[in-house]
Write a protein that binds this ligand. Structure first.
Ligand SMILES: [Zn+2]
Length: 416
């Protein structure tokens, strides 16, 4: 064998080797892409580089960030009463009620059970059942709740926390895609009356922003953790455009204790049965309190759903029970600088659904529905959050890339 023949062989070997490496990398990328969780990418648009990171999991959001300062500035503080910050021995936990009692004007639900006229406490329609699940999302559990509710053909309101959402952001869009209603349960699940005004603003607004960035829906309803609300918290929430939702008297199922083994299933059924007995005397419907976060609670949700439906209750989400056709706050148009970028020309051949994928023009779509949001209503948001479409394009792209490398290797070896 000549020296040049040996060199050619080396060259061919090198080219084939490089081609194989490229092929391996491409295939690996494709598989990784297909297996990636459904995380919408809209956060990249409205949470640009240079802005503060999302608040830390398990901590109250900081108040010295530019975002919180701007939100605080947007409030008419003359409408917020100067009530004391309530005491708690353990930060984050609900407050202790003062022994000397609470002035009537505070309307502090935690300690006196006082409701304000605009608190949402019941469903107006008799036998209407506002079904609510708090404290999610929880991967591995929330999906089971979705399956159960689908099987029963009912929808619910999910009061999610911002911090839990950061662990499973794709479940926010899934909640909407399943026809359910998303609402806020604050960022860190702290007793709101124990927080400063600025901290309350940060809890509500970061959660709103997180949900908006990942779904395009601007939250309208919020539930204070532990139902801990007084007239100061209410006024701040009102100023920010939120409606407070608590739950009907005697319809707190206490199901969360099942996860802690501090209550038995029989006891939860007993609590619910007591509520059912009062049903014929109630003029209005009810809002129940249940939780997302443990499989035992899903099993209990099935039991309670069957019991309630048998007694003529009509389960539905909070927007439906209030006959709120929208269920979310209106979304203002974004400035052009924040507009979603039109993606590069797709590699895949366009199909009938492609008109959904991109909405050029850069204006945030108005939310037009609530209780059963359909994909068409998302416009620009949906385009960024359509994982199936992305995977298909990536697969085609990867296929072309593989073909290209193989062809290159064959051509080079032929020439050499
Ligand atoms: Zn909660």
């Amino acid at each position: 064998m000549t020296r040049s023949g040996s060199n050619n062989k080396k060259k061919i070997t090198t080219v084939v080797l490089l081609g194989s490496i490229a092929l391996a990398i491409t295939l690996f990328t494709t598989v990784a892409d297909a297996a990636a969780p459904k995380i919408p990418h809209k956060a990249d648009i409205s949470h640009p580089e240079g802005s503060s990171p999302w608040p830390t999991y398990g901590e109250k959001p900081k108040t010295n960030t530019p975002e919180v300062k701007a939100w605080v500035k947007s409030i008419d503080w003359s409408k917020v009463p100067n009530l004391p910050i309530r005491h708690t021995d353990t930060p984050g936990d609900p407050p202790e009620c003062p022994k000397k009692g609470v002035p009537k004007g505070d309307c502090w639900w935690t300690c006196t059970g006082c409701y304000a006229p605009d608190d949402v406490v019941d469903c107006p329609g008799k036998n209407d059942w506002g079904l609510t699940f708090d404290d999610g999302p929880e991967p591995g559990v929330t999906e089971n709740l979705f399956s159960l509710l689908k099987e029963k053909n009912v929808t619910a309101t999910f009061f999610v926390t911002g911090m839990k959402s950061t662990k499973a952001p794709w479940l926010l869009q899934d909640t909407i895609d399943q026809g359910h209603h998303l609402a806020s349960h604050t960022w860190s699940h702290s007793g709101l009356t124990t927080l400063t005004n600025e901290e309350i603003v940060a809890e509500l607004k970061w959660t709103e922003k997180y949900i908006f960035d990942h779904t395009g829906y601007k939250i309208k309803y919020f539930r204070p953790p532990y139902g801990d609300i007084d007239n100061r918290v209410r006024a701040i929430a009102r100023e920010l455009g939120f409606k407070s939702v608590i739950w009907s008297n005697e319809w707190d199922t206490q199901d969360w204790q099942l996860a802690e083994n501090t209550i038995s299933s029989k006891q939860v059924v007993g609590i619910f049965n007591a509520g059912l007995k009062s049903l014929p005397d109630r003029k209005k419907g009810v809002i129940t309190l249940q939780h997302d976060g443990d499989k035992k609670l899903v099993t209990m949700a099935r039991t309670l759903l069957d019991m309630g439906i048998k007694k003529g209750m009509r389960p539905m989400n909070i927007a439906q029970c209030l006959d709120d056709k929208v269920g979310y706050n209106a979304v203002p148009a974004l400035p052009a600088s924040a507009a979603p970028k039109k993606p590069a020309a797709p590699v895949a051949v366009p199909d009938a659904e492609d008109e959904d994928v991109t909405q050029a023009g850069g204006v945030e779509p108005e939310v037009s529905i609530s209780t059963s949001p359909k994909k068409e209503d998302h416009g620009a948001v949906k385009g960024a959050a359509n994982p199936g479409k992305k995977s298909a394009a990536a697969t085609v792209s990867a296929g072309l890339s593989v073909a290209g490398w193989t062809l290159a290797a064959v051509v080079v070896s032929f020439v050499l």
